[in-house]
Design a binder for this molecule. Structure first.
Ligand code: HDE
Length: 720
């Protein structure tokens, strides 16, 4: 069913966080203008001057206040994940998880936990394109009754490096190069691939990054992953390992690389707009929270180390249990106050959840608070409205820049007798956080465990699990990215790494680059340590993993049962047959799709029966890359105008190139015949022609559910 536009009450009474934000939220509509001290302003457009043409007076406190505030509007953008979009929502648990965790929000199936989610790209600046080939951040804050819990994840389940100490190097390598600050929001340059080619542990992550997962169709169609192995602890103190997943109910879908590059020009806010629009229209994005749980005693059962963030636990080995649903149902009121000022941190934890010794996780525990101090200007950032928990906060911390709380009373120390020793510490039985008493012993060493040294088996598992079109896209992505690298030795070293993953993959990329795979292959070494010895150099292992293929890794296996929120363009002009327009429009909207009329001119078009149909966009102001499918209705004059309009024909050519479903009334055949894919009309599964609008609508909807017809690419000769 098409969803109705959501009513937007000021606050949802059931969302405790929204209720708590309300006193801070205000609108100037109908209000009088004042200075920041509340003085009514009489003239905000003329500065105070000495004489008619005279110089401005230093006395003008109104001018100074206004300009001073403007001068200080900017704060440092996030050093990574600068570009992002956020939304409010709720999390509802399906079943109590008491067997594994005592976390209140994972036991209470009655209440909806308020959440704020921020999606992001990693490498680009705040104003960069949404469609860069990049990892996407997927950071979720749960405002629970035991304080904030942040699950700061990504849309890929592994990471580039195994140890946090390498993170600054990784980020320096991928960011624009330091001499000329080129390229923006792109990994296709020398420094990135130089680093990667010297970092074999990145092989698995690089496969994900070169796959279509790095160019999602929408934030709403991405998976999310906590990446690290965390710990659940139940009320009896029994711990298990846990990996977190987010599974989108709309399935996992991507765009084509050529399309992504086009969207970056046509609408660099594509993902941000898509998230905003879908929430405004009431089509609320939804994900299920999944957990993979491993009992403590099974820690060493796998052929990889659970503490190694370059590894997944294949779903064949440990199934994902879906335990609750996240729904994003409200856009922020103010981007800066909410999306920009939210300060996520892995250390925002609740009883029942704990960390592991993953060295990447451990380093992050330091980084996130540290970075907020710079970004948000001091230690009181937790008192910003978006960061405040829904539960009260009491401790003996005081003062600092921009302190908001007025802490009354004489004592700010513990123990004290003057305030009856308040605030009181909380015993574990009453919900006080205790760290899981894991036994730890060993020597101090700067090295890695040998259990971290297989870098290739899961990279291969990922590649082997892809469908043929997905494999082709990976080959093309490597060919593109390495093709942009100027230093031949870097390209060659990378080919060497690829050949350790899959010889066929390496060979295809080598052909595209016009290079040979180097022999022997250089294996960058790292330090490891025998059980009781001094760290020594150690080469990566190249072993076969126990699992060769995993269905969950291919987007081809993602559910394709809905067209909800997909955007469909109807290419029409004056003289269009409005009966076919409304039949298709109604059928698509009934399934939750979104239809726009795209024409050769703006305003209205007049149909065969003299009806006025509103034009949403023209072939000049929009492009097929911003849609999921195209339909060309009948009506002789409309068909003739579309056929004669080069931009309209290009619209179809490009939609075909990007493997999208195309439908047309049989009477609009001549439009399709004007395209370069005229010869394919009969043979292509994703091109639907019919003189019966009802059956056309059904076949078209079935095709849109498929998302893309990638097999078209094989025989492609497309100039679009
Ligand atoms: Fe982050 N990361 N990260 N990261 N990360 C930041 O914190 C860092 C890593 C992730 O929407 C920063 O507030 C280190 C993995 C997301 O506000 C910073 C390491 C994963 C976001 C930081 C990692 C992430 C960040 C920058 C290596 C997926 C955006 C601004 C040990 C599991 C959160 C900020 C938002 C942001 C450090 C690796 C996800 C600098 C040192 C692995 C989604 O603190």
């Amino acid at each position: 069913m098409a969803k109705k536009k959501a009513e937007k009450p000021l606050v949802e009474p059931t969302n405790e966080k929204r209720v708590k934000l309300e006193p801070y939220t205000d609108d100037a509509l109908g209000k009088k203008m004042t200075t920041n001290t509340g003085l009514p302003i009489n003239d905000d457009q003329n500065s105070l001057k000495a004489g008619e043409r005279g110089s401005s007076l230093l006395e003008d406190f109104i001018l100074r206040e206004k300009i001073m505030h403007f001068d200080h509007e900017r704060i440092p953008e996030r050093v990574v994940h600068a570009r992002g979009s956020g939304a409010h929502g709720v999390f509802k648990l399906y079943k109590p998880m008491s067997e594994y965790t005592k976390a209140h929000f994972l036991n209470d199936t009655e209440t909806e936990t308020p959440v704020f989610v921020r999606f992001s790209t990693v490498a680009g600046s705040r104003g960069s394109t949404d469609l860069a080939r990049d990892v996407r951040g997927f950071a979720v804050r749960f405002y629970t009754q035991e304080g904030n819990f942040d699950l700061v994840g990504n849309n890929m389940p592994v990471f580039f490096i195994q140890d946090a100490i390498k993170f600054p190097d990784l980020v320096h390598a991928v960011k624009p190069e330091p001499d000329n600050e080129i390229p923006q929001a792109a990994s296709a340059h020398d420094t990135f691939w130089d680093f990667i080619s010297l970092m074999p542990e990145s092989a698995h992550m690089i496969m994900w990054l070169m796959s279509d997962r790095a160019i999602p169709r929408s934030y709403r169609m991405m998976e999310g992953f906590g990446v690290h192995t965390f710990r659940f602890v139940n009320a009896q103190g029994v711990a298990s390992f846990v990996k977190f997943h987010w599974k989108p109910l709309l399935g996992v879908h991507s765009v084509a690389w050529d399309e992504a590059q086009n969207i970056s020009g046509k609408d660099p806010d594509f993902h941000r707009r898509d998230l905003w629009d879908s929430i405004e229209s009431g089509a609320f994005p939804e994900w299920e929270l999944g957990v993979q749980i491993v009992p403590e005693e099974d820690e060493f059962k796998f052929d990889f180390d659970l503490l190694d963030s370059t590894k997944i636990i294949p779903e064949e080995l440990v199934p994902v249990q879906r335990i609750g649903k996240l729904t994003l149902n409200r856009n922020p009121d103010n981007f800066f106050a909410e999306t920009e000022q939210i300060a996520f941190h892995l250390g925002h934890i609740v009883p029942g959840i704990d960390f592991t010794n993953d060295p990447l996780l451990q380093g992050r525990l330091f980084s996130y608070t540290d970075t907020q101090l710079l970004r948000l200007g001091g230690p009181n950032f937790q008192q910003l409205p978006i960061n405040k928990p829904v539960v009260p906060v009491y401790n003996n911390q005081r003062d600092g820049f921009s302190r908001q709380n007025i802490d009354s009373g004489k004592t700010s120390y513990s123990p004290n007798s003057l305030s009856a020793n308040s605030p009181e510490q909380v015993r574990a039985e009453q919900g006080g956080y205790i760290t899981y008493p894991e036994r730890v012993e060993g020597r101090k060493i700067r090295a890695r465990s040998r259990s971290f040294f297989d870098h290739f088996s899961q990279a291969r598992l990922f590649f082997n699990s892809q469908s043929d079109p997905e494999k082709d896209h990976i080959v093309q992505a490597f060919s593109f990215e390495l093709g942009k690298v100027k230093t031949i030795s870097v390209r060659e070293r990378m080919l060497g790494i690829l050949s350790l993953v899959d010889k066929g993959l390496a060979a295809q990329v080598a052909v595209a680059l016009g290079l040979h795979i180097p022999q022997p292959i250089e294996q960058p070494v790292n330090k490891s340590v025998p059980a009781d010895g001094v760290p020594e150099e150690f080469e990566p292992l190249n072993v076969e993993g126990s699992i060769k293929k995993s269905a969950a890794l291919s987007m081809a296996n993602s559910p394709k049962d809905s067209i909800e929120t997909r955007k469909i363009a109807i290419l029409a002009a004056d003289g269009v047959d409005e009966r076919s327009v409304s039949k298709i429009k109604d059928a698509i909207e009934a399934e939750g799709g979104v239809v726009e009329i795209v024409s050769c001119h703006g305003g209205f078009i007049t149909s065969l029966n003299d009806e006025q149909i509103k034009v949403d966009d023209t072939v000049l102001t929009t492009a097929s890359v911003l849609f999921d499918a195209v339909y060309v209705p009948g009506g002789a004059n409309s068909v003739a105008s579309i056929e004669a309009d080069a931009d309209a024909v290009h619209f179809l050519n490009e939609a075909f190139k990007h493997c999208k479903p195309i439908a047309a009334d049989i009477s609009a055949l001549q439009v399709l015949e004007a395209t370069y894919f005229a010869k394919k009309i009969q043979s292509d599964e994703g091109v639907i022609l019919s003189d019966d609008p009802a059956s056309l609508a059904q076949s078209f909807i079935a095709a849109i559910r498929q998302h893309r017809f990638w097999e078209r690419e094989r025989a492609r000769k497309i100039p679009a």
